[in-house]
Design a protein around this ligand. Structure first.
Ligand code: PBG
Length: 301
């Protein structure tokens, strides 16, 4: 078999993730090379992007490269992947999940009890923070992990929020940080997804051993919860499923942008019954009044 071509974005975190997949393939006797692509750029395809169902801003370029057969597989942070994959692209493996939680990088924690000013670009993190600390201010913070750490240093914010897995993977977790154990993470946060072409059975077979069944089940519940609620918009939604012996413990949340409204669910089911569980949890959120909030969010976002 010719070395497989692994498509990846070119940030430090994305490259680390792609190299992890490369190493796991290597351990199974499969050779590969990395093919980093810039996130935006020239996306010319014979068919319009929307006709292929290509939507995600982080995943677009790699979707196109896969469809053009420039790469054999692509590695993504699973939380960046839209719940609906493009036509002909399939989930090939979900890797064993790292820490799923968010982490607060701070300059001392005294601000928690008083006036505070934190930074995040995520609607989900902002809404949950404001729900808990209504008197705090939240500023927008964008860019890759390295950029955001630098911006935190150069501003007078008290803290910023990151994915623990993202910082941990590239060994950038600062000493002055703590896991935010009350904040419900993004669906699939901390998990890596490998996708490929549905017809490429050779590649799909090579990737099968990389799949972690427990992670696959947990993130599928979280993404079903998200898909049932969202209807194509990026609302402040958190979801986390965790396995404990034969049970799956699920927590999900939907908030208004200002954090004032919060719909929450905590529920468990047997692993064997996980099909439909995420949808069922989402339905309960909608029934609590989350449906009206989702209508409102769809008009704003
Ligand atoms: N939104 C960007 C992004 N996509 C995946 C990660 C981290 C790794 C992960 O969550 O799996 C990050 C950085 C962050 O949220 O701080």
């Amino acid at each position: 078999m010719k070395p497989l071509v692994i498509g990846t974005r070119d940030s430090e975190l994305a490259l680390w993730q792609a190299k992890t997949v490369q190493l796991q393939l290597k351990n199974n006797g499969v050779d590969s090379v990395l093919h980093p692509v810039k996130s935006s750029g020239d996306l010319n395809l014979d068919v319009p992007l929307y006709e292929m169902g290509i939507t995600g801003i982080f995943t677009k370029s790699l979707d196109v490269a896969l469809i053009k057969k420039e790469i054999d597989l692509a590695v993504h942070s699973m939380k960046d992947v839209p719940t609906q994959l493009p036509k002909t692209i399939v989930q090939a493996a979900v890797l064993n999940r790292a820490n799923p939680y968010d982490i607060l990088v701070h300059k001392g924690l005294d601000f928690l009890d008083g006036k505070g000013h934190i930074a995040t670009g995520s609607l989900r993190r902002k809404a949950q923070w404001l729900n808990r600390y209504p008197n705090h201010e939240v500023s927008n913070l964008r860019g890759n992990v390295n950029t955001r750490l630098k911006k935190l240093k150069n501003n007078d914010w008290n803290a910023a929020i990151f994915a623990a897995a993202g910082l941990g993977r590239i060994q950038l977790t600062p000493k002055n940080s703590q896991i935010i154990n009350w904040m419900i993470p993004a669906p699939a946060q901390g998990a890596m997804l490998v996708v490929s072409n549905e017809k490429n059975t050779q590649v799909l077979n090579a990737l099968k051993p990389l799949n972690d069944k427990t992670t696959e089940i947990c993130v599928s519940i979280e993404r079903s919860f998200l898909r049932t609620l969202e209807g194509g918009c990026t609302a402040p939604i958190g979801a986390l499923a965790q396995v404990n012996e034969n049970d799956i413990h699920f927590e999900g949340v939907l908030l208004s942008l200002d954090g004032k409204q919060r719909f929450y669910i905590k529920k468990k089911c047997k692993i064997n019954n996980y099909k439909g569980f995420g949808e069922c949890c989402a339905q309960e959120i909608l029934n609590q009044g989350g449906d009206k909030l989702m209508d409102k969010l769809r008009q704003i976002l």
